[in-house]
Design a protein around this ligand. Structure first.
Ligand code: URP
Ligand code: ZN
Ligand code: ZN
Ligand code: ZN
Length: 475
């Protein structure tokens, strides 16, 4: 069945123009003015933007953490993502030391395959790099199309890997064409600061932020960037929160290194004072790294605008306030880390970014979709509106004004991180491979209809030509 989206304003990372989009067999088959397609279902997008579907490069669905499991799984999480204009998520597959990597990947396939309503892929966590892991990794990269590896530099005694593991992972990634992702915080020093705070009787949520100062994020980011330089590899720093870290990434990029960075909506619009809310409500705002002093927000917006940071991930990792976050009553270090953001990532960036003049419409598309597709081996199948690309499309009404709230959101969690925030713009309809998953603001998709995506290996955006290529073979 053919479909035609008519009269919308098509926006990609490069262009903005009025036109029609013809969809055939799930693929964009044509783009033009006044296209004719006899028998096609016509979808009127007058007054709306037609964006490529959002790509969320950072989610934790159905993930165990701190003695509990995230409130959203691959079904509720991807339904919420779809309502919010996201058509692809890349989730973190956790591994356990001593366990075969394939077993971990299979666990993640089982969590997702009959549940996801949008397309999805996995990053693979690396926590040790012994001979066994070294021999398994190339097969996982090849067979599963998992071309990004995650190393935690924090969460001592659980997820944290040491610098030797990071170094070796960077080496393997260079050889295999994978992108190394880091959670960059100095976990050893944090552990000491947490012990000291608890010993002094400082147990409230605000001490979560005070024991994870921005210097420790900047330090770890710089350390990872130097190890990347030393190995000639490539690095993607997840959830950048502060000037100290953003400046380290900008410095590495000025040197010509393949170092990339992501921030999240929460760091752009919320600040550390949220952790001081009374009646333990501050626990709702416990992320690692933590929310920062408000002045950092302008630094992050500038970093997105200038290209020092390229993407925005939600870092969706939802826990109910009642029954989960309260595991940390009387001890901030036991509050499960993370929040519900998958649904509002797209709209917060549009409203706070484009509507407030901080980024252009095309930059918005780049950050919310295109850059992630390119960095994580999905472009041009995903991440743009072009002939031959998957018809993953968001029809977005920029005129709607609404208030974000747990009353109206679709995430399976009892609070909204952006409660009461007024935003402009809303996804009206969302298509994945040419099929509606959201139609006129109603979910019409089906659990299990999302497809697992095998991704291509990492390609530098601008590979440097060899001397022979420059001189036409005459060196
Ligand atoms: O607080 C956070 N970010 N929770 C999710 C796990 C992680 O570190 O990304
Ligand atoms: Zn498999
Ligand atoms: Zn993290
Ligand atoms: Zn995360």
């Amino acid at each position: 069945m053919k479909k035609m989206i008519k009269n919308g304003i098509i926006v990609t990372a490069a262009d903005t123009y009025t036109g029609d989009v013809l969809i055939e067999d799930g693929i964009i088959a044509g783009i033009g003015l006044n296209l004719e397609a006899p028998g096609a279902e016509i979808i009127d997008a007058s007054g709306c933007y037609v964006f490529p579907g959002g790509i969320d490069p950072h989610t934790h669905l159905d993930m165990p953490f701190g003695g509990t499991v995230t409130a959203d799984d691959f079904e509720t999480g991807t339904i919420a993502a779809a309502y919010g204009g996201t058509t692809t998520v890349i989730d973190f597959c956790l591994t356990t030391k001593g366990q075969p990597l394939q077993q971990a990947v299979d666990t993640w396939h089982h969590k997702s395959q009959d549940k996801a309503v949008i397309d999805y892929s996995f990053h693979l966590m690396v926590s040790e790099l012994n001979d066994k892991v070294l021999s398994e990794l190339p097969q996982i990269i090849e067979n599963e199309g998992i071309t990004s590896l995650k190393v935690f530099m924090a969460y001592k005694n659980t997820f944290q890997a040491d610098d030797g593991v990071l170094y070796k992972t960077l080496q393997v990634a260079k050889r295999e064409g994978a992108l190394v992702m880091v959670h960059a915080e100095n976990g050893d020093v944090i552990e000491y600061l947490v012990e000291q705070a608890l010993a002094a009787g400082n147990t409230d949520p605000i001490y979560h932020a005070l024991t994870r100062p921005p210097e420790l994020e900047g330090e770890a980011t710089g350390r990872a960037a130097y190890l990347t330089e030393l190995t000639g590899s490539q690095l993607y720093v997840v959830h950048v929160t502060c000037a100290e870290a953003a400046w380290k990434i900008a410095e590495a990029r000025r040197k010509g290194l393949r170092v990339y960075g992501e921030t999240c909506p929460q760091y752009l619009v919320l600040d550390q004072t949220a952790l001081e809310k009374p009646d333990f409500e501050g626990a709702k705002y416990v992320w690692s790294p933590p929310l920062r002093e408000a002045w950092n927000q302008a630094v992050l917006w500038d970093a997105l605008w200038s290209g020092a940071l390229q993407t925005i991930g939600s870092d969706q990792c939802s826990f109910n306030f009642k029954g989960q976050k309260d595991l940390g009553l009387g001890d901030f270090s036991k509050i499960p880390n993370g929040g519900p953001t998958i649904e509002d990532r797209f709209s917060v960036l549009y409203s706070e970014g484009v509507q407030k003049g901080r980024i252009s419409l095309n930059k918005f598309v780049d950050i919310i979709s295109t850059s992630s597709a390119k960095l994580f081996g999905l472009f041009p199948q995903k991440g743009t509106i072009a002939v031959g690309s998957d018809a993953d499309i968001v029809i977005f009404d920029p005129a709607v004004e609404r208030t974000l709230s747990a009353e109206t959101h679709h995430m399976n969690v009892d609070y909204n991180a952006f409660e009461g925030m007024e935003v402009k713009g809303e996804p009206v309809s969302v298509l994945i491979r040419g099929e509606f998953v959201i139609r006129d603001k109603q979910f019409v998709g089906k659990a299990g209809s999302g497809k697992y995506l095998h991704r291509k290996r990492f390609e530098a955006e601008a590979p440097r030509p060899s001397q022979a290529e420059i001189s036409g073979g005459v060196v």
